[in-house]
Design a protein around this ligand. Structure first.
Ligand SMILES: Nc1ncnc2c1ncn2[C@@H]1O[C@H](COP(=O)(O)OP(=O)(O)O)[C@@H](O)[C@H]1O
Ligand SMILES: [Mg+2]
Length: 456
């Protein structure tokens, strides 16, 4: 087993205690000043931390707090009898330490406590360090509806059955299809997206299934169709409702037989792909009106995923606005500091018919157009949506708290330790707040599916 590291912060380190730790297999770094601690922490993944409060003065408390707030250290405090009647010391211990021990104490008790604290942080970090309560893959979201969507994504990713994604335009259907592919066993194989609305109907057949040389005048060389080019991976049929009837028949045949017929080809070719399709139109009526084959629809729609519209995602709207702001802020000519409060109100009040895509476009344009230090409702062209909806003080406090947490997590890409430092609370307090705001996704324990937020 690797040596465990202990940072022992004390004005008067005890040689006896240090020896006990070394005997128990710890690599001990003794520091007498708070200044050296940050450097030690930077070099290692996790460590135990023992802070001896007895030798420090009141004026040291701020720098001690900065040490205790460092991520990846499991701290235990030792204090002289009576010292913890000081309110500020009590708060430090309560907010940052896994345990405290009043002197005099048996050394084994201290060694045990550190072992426990170190174990607790190492439990935390691998599962939570990269995980973000604010998103899945490239998808940002912490609302109940989005957490439910992330769970569905992880579930359907484990099978090969066709998935049908419905949702308004701009809600993230394509992003969802990619997320499913990336969590499936096919993740290292191609993901091929076909926009059925963008390919002229008379070219659809050859685009999808390809042709042999000489299959028709002008077919000078063999063309591999998009379905075949995805072999082993996933094909995403976007705007499937626009697929011409002729191609619907071929697609159905492909789904039934798992073979592709190149135009002019002699024998069908085995192709193994997973099919995901999506549309923003109402497929039931397309089926009823005879524009879409019922049998194909049922084949495609084995698993159904519904993408919630942006207006139903609560404070994810601000979260996404900030995400888009971070993504596009470098396009600004001056330094911008986020949104004014009227902009945030307008963002929440507006109905977002174009969903996340529209939000991204508006934020991006406003970044270029903004004249002040912050983006206003006017920059977003949303001045009609600024009127204030009455709220009680407690609602206002709650939503301000929630927003601050979300923004801190977003800034620190979900790293709880760092977000807690920025928010000025302990990691433990942040956990509690996350659960009281119901912001933590339900962790399944499967690493691969643990929600992460990677920016594009
Ligand atoms: N949850 C989300 N988090 C971050 N970006 C998103 C999210 N949903 C959508 N987007 C972005 O919004 C735009 C539209 O998404 P897209 O998947 O193309 O929507 P749809 O296919 O439903 O029209 C894309 O730029 C996408 O990256
Ligand atoms: Mg799309």
């Amino acid at each position: 087993m690797d040596k465990r590291h202990l940072i022992y912060l004390s004005r008067e380190p005890s040689a006896d205690l240090t020896a006990r730790f070394r005997e128990a297999g710890w690599d001990v770094e003794t520091v007498q000043s708070t200044r050296s601690v940050a450097r030690l922490v930077r070099d290692r993944p996790v460590a135990g931390g023992l802070v001896d409060l007895s030798g420090f003065a009141g004026s040291d408390l701020d720098s001690i707090e900065a040490c205790l707030a460092l991520p990846n250290v499991g701290w235990v405090a030792i204090a002289a009898a009576g010292q913890l009647s000081d309110m500020r010391l009590r708060r430090l211990v309560r907010d940052y330490c896994f345990d405290y021990i009043t002197l005099p104490a048996r050394p084994e008790r201290i060694v045990d406590a550190i072992g426990h604290a170190c174990g607790m942080v190492s439990l935390e970090e691998p599962s939570l360090g990269d995980a973000s309560p604010s998103g899945e893959g490239q998808m940002v979201g912490a609302s109940e509806v989005m957490l439910a969507l992330f769970r569905v994504i992880r579930k359907v990713a484990t099978t090969d059955a066709p998935v049908f994604i419905s949702g308004e335009s701009g809600t993230g259907k394509e992003l969802t299809a990619v997320a499913i592919h990336e969590r499936s066993r096919r993740r290292n194989e191609p993901f091929v997206a076909i926009n059925c609305g963008a390919i002229p109907p008379h070219l659809m057949q050859s685009e999808l299934f390809g042709y042999e040389r000489g299959a028709f005048t002008g077919a000078n060389q063999r063309k591999i169709g998009r379905v075949e080019s995805a072999n082993g991976g996933t094909v995403f049929f976007d705007e499937i409702g626009d697929l011409p009837l002729e191609s619907q028949a071929s697609l159905l045949r492909f789904l039934q037989e798992g073979k592709v017929d190149r135009l002019g080809g002699h024998a069908p070719i085995d192709v193994d792909v997973r099919i995901i399709s999506a549309t923003h139109v109402d497929m039931e009526s397309a089926v009823n009106e005879g524009r879409f084959r019922t049998d194909l629809y049922h084949r495609l729609c084995v698993l159904q995923v519904d993408e919630p519209p942006l207006r139903e995602r609560g404070s994810d709207i601000e979260l996404l606005a900030l995400y888009m702001f971070e993504r596009f802020r470098k396009e600004a000519s001056q330094r911008l500091h986020g949104f004014t409060s009227d902009a945030l109100i307008a963002i929440r009040n507006y109905g977002w018919p174009g969903n996340v895509r529209e939000l991204g476009n508006r934020v991006r344009r406003s970044i270029v157009m903004a004249e002040g230090r912050r983006i206003t409702a006017r920059d977003l062209e949303l001045t009609d949506h600024v009127e204030v909806v009455p709220v009680t003080l407690s609602q206002a406090r709650e939503s301000a708290e929630r927003q601050a947490i979300e923004l801190a997590l977003l800034r620190h890409r979900g790293r709880l330790g760092e977000a807690a430092v920025e928010l000025g609370v302990s990691r433990v307090t942040l956990y509690r707040l996350l659960s009281s705001h119901r912001m933590r996704p339900v962790e399944g324990g499967d690493d691969d599916a643990s929600p992460t937020q990677a920016r594009t």
